[in-house]
Structure formats: C-alpha cells, structure tokens
Write a protein that binds this ligand. Structure first.
Ligand SMILES: [Zn+2]
Length: 416
C-alpha cells in the first residue's frame, strides 16, 4: 500500500473509531495528571517532564529491557528483578517481593525476549478489582450471594498478583501449566468460572470431566480462534469470553456481543494503523506508577471494530486480537494476516490441528490428521496468493514442532 493510500485508510479508520467527547475528557484529565506528576519519577522520562504524550518517544520491549531501571520509580535493575522472579519460578513459591512491596512478574514469552514487569501491592489490588468488576457476569454475581464463587485459573506462573484475588467470597485455584492439563482435570468439577489459554480450554472441552458446568468460560493469553471458540462453546453450552492482557497491563475484555472493549479507564491506546482496520496498539497505562508504561508499541495486530458497540458500553472496541507481528506471513512484500490465512486453511477440509511456519520462500505445514491435508492446504494457499496478486510460496510438509506444555500455542508463525 502506497504512503498516501495508507494515510487515507488511517484517516478513515480514525473517523470510524471516534470516542464520545464527554467520555474522552475525563480520561484526558487523568492522563495529563499522570504525565505531570508520575512520569518524571522514572529517570528515562526525567528529561521529558512537561511534554505532551505525542511528544514522548515510542518504546518497545527491547527498549525497556535494555534500560530497565530507568523505567521504574525505584531504579530496580533487570538482574535484581529477574533473580527474584526466577527463584520464585523454580521454587513455585511466589510470595517473595522486592523493596517497597514490589512484585515481579514474567510474561509468558513465545519466542525471544520474555517480558518482565514490576507492580506494587496497590496496583495488583487495582488490577484484581478491574478484572473482577469487568468480567463478573450477572449469573456469577448471583452465585456469589449464596456461596463462595469458585474460579479456576490455568496460568503459566502464579504470582502475588493472583493471590491478591483470593477472598472468602471468591475462591481461586491456581493450575500450573508446567504440569500436564490431564493432572488438573479431577480438581475441576464444581468450578464456576474457568480461566485458561484457548488451547487449554479446548483440551478441557474435549475431556469434559463429569460435574464441570462452569457459569463462565474465559480465554486468556492466546489468540482465541473462531474454530476453538465453536468447540469450547459447544462443550460448555456458553460463549467463550476473553481477557486480553499483556505485560503492559489489562488491555481489553470481551462483552456479550463478542467484541473486546479497550480498558480505557486505565489505559490509553494509540492505534498505529497497518491498513484501514488493523493496527498495532501503542499503550500508555496512566494508572500504573511503579513501572511506567508510556507509549509502548506492542507487536500484536488488532482488528478495530467500527462504530459504537451494540452492547451500549461507551468507548472503543476491537473485533479481535489477530496475533503478533510474526504471526503475519509474507508473500514477497504482501502481508498475509493470520485471520485471512485461517480462512483459507479452513477451506482445506478436515486437518485435525495444524501448524504453519514460514522459512523464507518455504511455508512448512504440519497436520495431526491425514497427510493428504498438507497438499490441500498448499492448493488453498496458492489460490489465496492469486487473490492477493502475489507469488505463491513453496508448501512443504514438516514434522510436528516440539512445544512445551506451558508454551503459548501459535498455529501460524513467521520464523524467517
Ligand atoms: Zn460491547
């Protein structure tokens, strides 16, 4: 797409993605106060005191890891933070904190650098409040009045963050993803709210332990693909809700219409438009003051949803989290977005599960079903390339890639 065409697409997208003015004003005041009072406390931002948001540098995970101490108000270094976090991961005891009651979290990295984040006790309470406030469905709240609500969390790492959530009214059980999912199944009957990555929900749905009839099923940490949603929905008889969270904070939660509402009461998202609907979020969290998240550009590709949401909730919403930048494959310089590729793969018929990796001109495909599926994928990919007016890739079979049980599932991935 040419430069001017991209500019038009971006302007169009902005127009369709406007916020009601009154709603915007309160957020603008909170953001201004944050920039004035909290920003200069981290040494990276000291030279930028008094500047408007759009004048501040856009940073990413690498920038922050390279100069970690400069992005938090206590000057805690990366080695110190990692030492505490890794000791906790090894012992599976997550009660240790840094000076000032600061907790370290590690984000479940897929490839390359892991995210490291610091939060204060107050911030983790706030996070818990937002999460519960936004996610609790009326049925769960009704259940709460008569008995404690049982919430099962399947997460890669526990942390003080999740223990903050535990109370007499809400009982959390934490299920360590470094252990096989099957080991956790006997504990699940009686669970009211089931929270897990999409691939784990799908495995629980397939096993469907007797006595597991959750009121809410919530997908976290991985892209929830439409076919997974359909299988999980059918197994539990209810739609799958979503929480979109990153190291940079709680970014969005789904509503009954299936859209994801940005957490705009706490996070300001600037879209970096890729085309007329897809964008990378540039995130500023104006409620976190321990580790500053200011204009962090995420690798994720989001799909904007046009106009106000039919559910009536104000603010901007997205239709889907499509994946990460390296989930976007390339045919020469033509991007093939994961949602587009998934549609094409769906036309190839029954494959079982599948993986597609791009290595240069070669797209390597693995399927759990009959191997004939691979050539059908090849045919659909060739048709897709024709529609995109790009040269088709060389599609070859590959062995099923090794994946650790706690690794985020990614069906589509650009390796090189
Ligand atoms: Zn909505």
């Amino acid at each position: 797409m040419g430069g001017s065409q991209a500019a038009v697409a971006a302007a169009f997208a902005r127009e369709r993605w406007l916020l009601p003015r009154r709603y915007d004003a309160a957020r603008a005041r909170a953001l201004e106060r944050f920039l004035r009072e909290d920003l200069p406390r981290a040494s990276f931002y000291a030279p930028h005191a008094g500047r408007a948001l759009h004048e501040l540098p856009v940073v990413d995970k690498r920038t922050v890891l390279a100069d970690f101490a400069a992005f938090n108000r206590y000057g805690i270094g990366l080695e110190q933070a990692l030492a505490v976090a890794e000791a906790a991961e090894r012992s599976r005891d997550f009660t240790d904190t840094l000076p000032g009651g600061v907790t370290v979290g590690l984000s479940s990295g897929t490839t390359g650098t892991r995210g490291v984040f610091l939060v204060s006790e107050e911030e983790s309470r706030l996070w818990a409040g937002i999460l519960l406030g936004q996610m609790m469905a009326p049925a769960s709240l009704r259940a709460l009045t008569s008995r404690p609500l049982r919430v099962a969390l399947f997460l890669r790492a526990n942390s003080n963050l999740y223990e903050t959530l535990d109370s007499r009214r809400v009982r959390f059980s934490w299920h360590d993803l470094t252990q096989p999912v099957e080991d956790h199944l006997p504990d699940l009957p009686g669970t009211d709210v089931l929270v897990a990555p999409a691939s784990v929900l799908r495995r629980i749905a397939a096993a469907k332990p007797a006595g597991l009839r959750p009121i809410q099923v919530i997908s976290v940490a991985e892209t929830l693909e439409p076919d997974d949603e359909a299988v999980i929905r059918a197994a539990f008889g209810r739609p799958v809700e979503q929480i979109y969270q990153a190291t940079e904070g709680l970014l969005a939660v789904s509503c009954p219409t299936g859209r994801l509402h940005l957490n705009e009461g706490h996070v300001h998202v600037e879209p970096q438009w890729i085309d007329h609907r897809r964008f990378h979020p540039v995130v500023t969290d104006f409620t976190r003051t321990t580790q500053l998240v200011v204009r962090h550009r995420l690798d994720d590709v989001l799909l904007a949803a046009p106009g106000p949401c039919p559910c009536g909730r104000p603010g901007r919403s997205i239709a889907a989290v499509l994946g990460r930048a390296d989930d976007v494959l390339l045919l020469g310089d033509v991007p093939v977005y994961p949602d587009v590729l998934r549609h094409a793969v769906a036309l190839a018929g029954e494959l079982g599960d599948y993986r597609i990796e791009q290595h240069g001109d070669e797209w390597r495909v693995a399927v759990t079903g009959a191997q004939a599926g691979i050539s059908r994928v090849g045919a659909e990919v060739t048709r897709l390339a024709e529609r995109l007016r790009a040269a088709p890739p060389v599609v070859v079979p590959m062995a099923w890639p090794a994946e650790a049980p706690d690794q985020k599932r990614r069906r589509i991935r650009r390796v090189s």
